[in-house]
Design a binder for this molecule. Structure first.
Ligand code: HEC
Ligand code: HEC
Length: 228
């Protein structure tokens, strides 16, 4: 299947025919464009950038397209490189990424389900934070600095001071429910493209509890560098 897609992709570009679209074609383009040299999907790929196994749960197709097209236009200092790929190939990559909702991890074998982590909620919460992709919006160890459009201050909140404002129950409830419509800075302006996912749809109570334990353990001084 992979070989067929590669051949048909090359054929389409050589003959200037409509290139293949949809998730299967997008998966082939993802590998051709070298995305897996920095991103994991399931246990394949490497951890130079965020794990994308859950990326379709946390980002809309609209934002994925905009970010992949020109990462620095969204976040000036991002280490995600701009790749010159055709609009059609990018569209197919977005189709592929938007439907990644954890299916590439085998049932019962998500990274935070390792037996060694079950008894240590803070360590488990940290693995969840990184591999479920909180880190892609809230930064390494909750340090923040990630942009959003039309929100006060222009940034997604940092999370390394939540211990000051939240009880554990409040924090768990917040993560569970998410924020589908972040408040607009300009009420007449466009809706923010980044929203806080409702993690209760995907994570169970023990996992949400581990995340809250981890967040409550953070302090602004304690950030480790670039852990994906
Ligand atoms: C040289 C390494 C590298 C390559 C190659 C790369 N990326 Fe990235 N990517 C990153 C890094 C690092 C980030 C995190 C950016 C940040 O934190 O500012 C990122 C972020 C992302 C995000 C946002 C993830 C999130 O959870 O918010 C997506 C989506 C993405 N990359 C897709 C791709 C696609 C598609 C390709 C191939 C066309 C690709 N990347 C190639 C390093 C890379
Ligand atoms: C796609 C981006 C995105 C991802 C991924 C994400 N969040 Fe958020 N998060 C947001 C945004 C945006 C807000 C602010 C919402 C608002 O306007 O109130 C937020 C708010 C929060 C808050 C409230 C912060 C405060 O200052 O009151 C907590 C806690 C939180 N997120 C935890 C998490 C955890 C834990 C994860 C991973 C399981 C996660 N987030 C993943 C975008 C994201």
């Amino acid at each position: 299947m992979k070989r067929f897609l590669l051949v048909s992709t090359l054929f389409a570009s050589a003959c200037n025919q409509t290139p293949p679209a949809g998730p299967a074609a997008g998966k082939a383009y993802f590998h051709q464009a070298g995305c897996a040299s920095c991103h994991k999907i399931g246990e394949n790929g490497s951890a130079v950038g965020p794990d994308l196994t859950f990326v379709g749960l946390r980002h809309s197709a609209q934002w994925l397209d905009l970010f992949i097209k020109d990462p620095q236009a969204w976040k000036k200092d991002t280490l995600m490189p701009k790749r010159y790929i055709s609009d059609a190939a990018r569209g197919a990559i977005v189709d592929y990424l938007a439907q990644l909702k954890g299916q590439d991890w085998p049932q019962g074998a998500r990274p935070w389900e390792a037996a060694s982590l079950i008894k240590d909620p803070v360590a488990r919460g940290r693995v969840l934070y990184v591999r479920a992709g909180c880190v892609g919006c809230h930064g390494t160890d909750g340090t923040g600095g990630y942009p959003n459009n039309n929100v006060k201050g222009g940034l997604i909140p940092a999370l390394n001071k939540v211990a000051d404002g939240y009880s554990k129950a409040e924090l768990t409830a917040k993560i569970k429910k998410g924020v589908p419509h972040p408040e607009k800075a300009d009420p007449k302006g466009p809706a923010p493209l980044i929203t806080m996912p409702a993690w209760g749809q995907t994570l169970n109570d023990a996992e949400l509890d581990a995340l809250a334990s981890y967040l409550l353990s953070l302090t602004p001084a304690g950030a480790q560098k670039n852990d994906w």
